[in-house]
Design a protein around this ligand. Structure first.
Ligand SMILES: Cc1ncc(COP(=O)(O)O)c(C=O)c1O
Length: 364
């Protein structure tokens, strides 16, 4: 057996800073990860338990009602028209799909997977698991004439919060179609926009009304506080989705039936989504002000759950500065070499913890 070439798990390297931050008398404020802290909507919890008596295996494709609810939510919330419910596939959270997609699509040795320069680490992991090569690039010209099997987009971005405009998305889709490259757009922060409106790759203004060669990845972890449920989906090109379905059936990659019911409820509950957005918007406002008052520049951060902050010093020094104040943030280097002078500050802490962070930053 050949050993897997996987990177170290980034958060393990934060142990020293975590210990330092935990020494603070007022307790640690952990803004280093994007894990939800607010309540799971009642509608979701009720739906989960409403089918808990069902003993049989769930279907890999998900219930027709779940897929219809997803299609309807994508239409209502993001103007996505013409998505066939057959071309929607629930996933066990989106991380597993991100990690296995190149393998499931058959991208392997000698093939190229393109990921953003600053990227959620699992895009690289997925390519490595498949034995494919990885290239970090935000531009198309850098890619040269060689064929890429897949290109990942992530708008709004983790970690930067940058939103890609329609023009940019359209160019990537055209470029990819000319070369037979699959475009996979991770849109797990699409519902959480602040200063610009992100657009899905499934929107007709991007794809000209055809979903050929396109996949969008969505998640209910952040928008519906369902990270513990493991609830995501992939949708788009019917031929690609049916390929994924075929492999996932064989491999037992099935979303549990109660979670399917909970997902359906979440896709119908716009009120809960709105309430959650307001919570994050309020935390973002106070954290952003406290950071800029403390001498930080906030770059991008137009949408999503993070503030991308810099004082133009090495990221590890900035993480240390925060840890001295009992606050844990993630160094930009977790997301790629270009993040060397930034830190990522998450909005996912309770109002009480965010207020504690603001007090400590203001006192600094
Ligand atoms: C860009 C991005 N994609 C995917 C995920 C995975 O989310 P989940 O597996 O909870 O759906 C995350 C989680 O932080 C993320 O930031």
């Amino acid at each position: 057996m050949s050993p897997l070439r996987l990177p170290d798990f980034p958060w393990d390297s934060l142990a020293g800073h975590t210990a330092r931050a935990a020494e603070h008398g007022g307790g640690i404020v952990d803004l280093s990860v994007g894990t939800p802290v607010d309540p799971v909507p009642d509608s979701v919890r009720e739906a989960l338990s409403s089918v808990s008596e069902i003993p049989g295996y769930p279907t890999t494709h998900g219930t027709p009602a779940l897929r219809a609810a997803a299609v309807e939510a994508l239409r209502r919330r993001h103007g996505i028209e013409g998505l066939d419910p057959e071309a929607v596939l629930p996933t066990i959270g989106s991380k597993e799909l991100v990690a296995w997609l190149p393998t499931l699509l058959g991208a392997g040795s000698g093939e190229l997977v393109v990921i953003p320069e600053l990227a959620y680490p699992t895009y690289e992991v997925g390519a490595l698991l498949a034995g494919a090569d990885v290239l970090r690039s935000d531009g198309l010209t850098a890619l040269g004439p060689g064929r890429a099997a897949m290109i990942w987009l992530n708008s709004p971005s983790n970690p930067t919060g940058k939103v890609l405009g329609v023009e940019h998305l359209r160019k990537v889709v055209e470029w990819a179609r000319e070369r037979g490259t699959i475009v996979v757009s991770d849109e797990c922060y699409l519902d959480l926009a602040w200063t610009s409106e992100p657009v899905s790759v499934l929107h007709p203004s991007v794809n000209g009304g055809s979903l050929e060669g396109l996949l969008a990845v969505h998640s209910l972890s952040k928008s519906a506080n369902m990270a513990s449920y493991r609830a995501g989906l992939v949708a788009g090109d019917p031929a690609l989705v049916s390929r994924l379905l075929a492999v996932r059936k064989h491999a037992g990659m099935i979303v549990p039936r109660p979670v399917q019911e909970a997902m359906k409820a979440a896709f119908g509950d716009d009120k809960a989504l709105l309430a959650q957005r307001e919570r994050y918007a309020a935390r973002r406002t106070v954290l952003r002000t406290a950071l800029t008052d403390s001498g930080f520049r906030i770059d991008d951060s137009e949408a999503g759950l993070y503030l991308w902050a810099s004082r133009d010093e090495p990221a590890d020094d900035t993480v240390g500065w925060f840890a001295e104040r009992g606050i844990l943030v993630a160094p930009g280097t977790f997301y790629g070499p270009r993040g060397g002078k930034h830190v990522r500050v998450a909005l996912t802490a309770t109002d009480e913890r965010v207020a504690a962070a603001v007090d400590r930053l203001t006192a600094a």
